[in-house]
Design a binder for this molecule. Structure first.
Ligand code: NAD
Length: 476
């Protein structure tokens, strides 16, 4: 059954408001359906990939500065719509309005930043006999698959480097958060040539259909480790390149000399921003015994000041979780902790809105290391705080994870903190801050947290293949 939606996919530069049906999108703060979007059919997926394929020769042949100019214009168009995009993002994702604004602006800023990067050819040999250089050329059609926690920013982590290097793209947002991405895609019309950026959306079958499709050259995926494995397996049949940005269980290590009262708010937000639904959220907090009691007290005091509610309301610091499966998963972890007899240090009191996927902030006091809440990625507003006796032990416990995405070290003596950072097995280690990402630095996961990187020169390389040109000198 076909039915029109206000929200349209973007295929070959055209608004496509009809799919093989429609899918509902829920506001997680109210539990109410706020929109229906087209459910992309197999034929429409074929059309999107064909459009990207057709657009590739001209886009990749365009002068780099011309591609950059178009992409910067796209970034400006996004910035000009910050307020409506942010409002829609809050409605479909749940994050407070100020965080949604930050995401929209961050997404535009990221695109501009990527446009300032260079991927010059490398000279391998230059002598009397020959000149050998390696150029990086675009792969072709990239399929991009994005999760629901930062729908715009994580889409832009892929759009920016893929398009600036000359690839074309078919992008799929999460079925939980397609709305803002579809609106953003519309803003590219008339700025990017038709077919360069196609955005489709639909039910769960669409992701596997993209990874299995014979028409793509690469899949760039951000999401859970379990899905990442499926993406890699499915992409293997057509030998698509993959970049996989996957789950994490980031530790923060608070050293004995840390100024715990000063850093408590930073640590709170490291764990709870976006309700902990950040791949690089602090998910395990290791605190030296000498400062444990003071930090606990400071965290509990700070947690009491943060209001939970509908993200569109003034003064709200934390919204709901994004969706029912995640809501159930976090509650299951909480029930497990309760059943194991863990000590709950803080559970946000007061009114938790009745409808919607709200889970109050919860701090758990020194649960056993093997507890599920320590070992699993909670991706929710629950933080285990763990005591350690000496720094060697803290490093070993931080590294004893199947994940290796991020980690942060907190201490007054920066050199001592840097020495700890140098022993951490993760893609990024921050000292006295966390979650700072930049388009100029590579970002990726070790171990089960991913394959490949996004950001920086290395992030651009991921969207290219090398072409080495060897020229024998006439004089040789
Ligand atoms: P998810 O893996 O369930 O879904 C991610 C995307 O994959 C969605 O668009 C979904 O529709 C699609 N998908 C689902 N099954 C698929 C399949 N078989 N083949 C292809 N696509 C498929 O993840 P989520 O719940 O949306 O996101 C949360 C997870 O993402 C967390 O584990 C988090 O740590 C991780 N994450 C990682 C990063 C990073 O940069 N490393 C960033 C954000 C989130």
């Amino acid at each position: 059954m076909n039915s029109e939606s206000d929200y349209a996919m973007l295929i070959d530069g055209k608004r496509v408001a009809t799919g093989q049906g429609t899918c509902g999108v829920t506001n997680p703060a109210t539990g109410e359906e706020i929109a229906r979007v087209p459910d992309c059919s197999d034929e429409q997926l074929d059309e999107a990939i064909a459009a990207a394929r057709a657009a590739f020769p001209a886009w990749s042949a365009l002068d780099l500065n011309e591609r950059r100019a178009r992409l910067v214009a796209f970034a400006e168009a996004i910035l000009a719509q910050t307020a409506p995009l942010a409002r829609l993002l809050t409605q479909e994702q749940g994050k407070p309005l100020h965080e949604a604004e930050r995401e929209v602006m961050g997404c535009a800023g990221w695109l501009k930043g990527v446009c300032a990067l260079d991927l010059p050819e490398e000279v391998n040999e230059d002598n009397e006999t020959r000149l050998s250089v390696t150029q990086r050329v675009p792969l072709g059609v990239v399929g991009a698959i994005v999760p629901w926690n930062f729908p715009l920013l994580l889409a832009m982590f892929k759009i920016g480097p893929a398009l600036v290097t000359g690839n074309t793209m078919v992008l799929k947002p999460s079925p939980f958060t397609p709305l803002t991405t579809l609106r953003m895609a519309e803003l590219s019309r008339g700025i990017l040539p038709d077919g360069v950026l196609n955005v489709i959306c639909g039910e769960d079958r669409l992701g596997p259909a993209m990874t299995a499709h014979p028409g793509g050259d690469k899949i760039s995926f951000t999401g859970s480790t379990a899905t990442g494995r499926r993406v890699m397996g499915s992409s293997a049949a057509t030998l698509k390149r993959v970049t996989l940005e996957l789950g994490g269980n980031d530790a923060a290590i608070v050293l004995p000399d840390a100024d715990v009262e000063r850093i408590a708010p930073d640590l709170f937000w490291a764990a709870f921003r976006n309700n902990g639904q950040i791949c690089i959220a602090t998910k395990r907090l290791y605190v030296h015994r000498s400062v444990y009691a003071r930090l606990k007290e400071a965290l509990v005091a700070y947690a009491g000041t943060v209001r939970l509610g509908d993200g569109t309301e003034q003064g709200v610091g934390l919204g709901p979780l994004n969706n029912k499966p995640q809501f159930d998963r976090v509650r299951d972890l909480l029930e497990d902790s309760r059943a194991q007899g863990h000590s709950f240090l803080f559970e946000a009191a007061g009114d938790v809105p009745a409808n919607g996927y709200f889970v109050p902030v919860t701090l758990i006091d020194n649960p056993p290391e093997e507890a599920r809440i320590v070992q699993e990625e909670q991706f929710g507003p629950v933080l285990p705080i763990l005591v350690y006796e000496d720094v060697e032990e803290a490093i070993a416990r931080a590294n004893a994870s199947e994940y290796g995405l991020g980690c942060s070290i907190w201490g007054t003596d920066e050199e001592a903190a840097a020495a700890v950072a140098a022993r951490i097995q993760s893609g990024t280690v921050w000292i006295n801050e966390t979650q700072y990402l930049s388009p100029f630095a590579s970002f990726g996961g070790w171990k089960q947290s991913g394959v490949g990187t996004e950001g920086g020169r290395e992030g651009l390389v991921e969207y290219t293949v090398p072409r080495t040109i060897v020229r024998r000198r006439a004089s040789a």
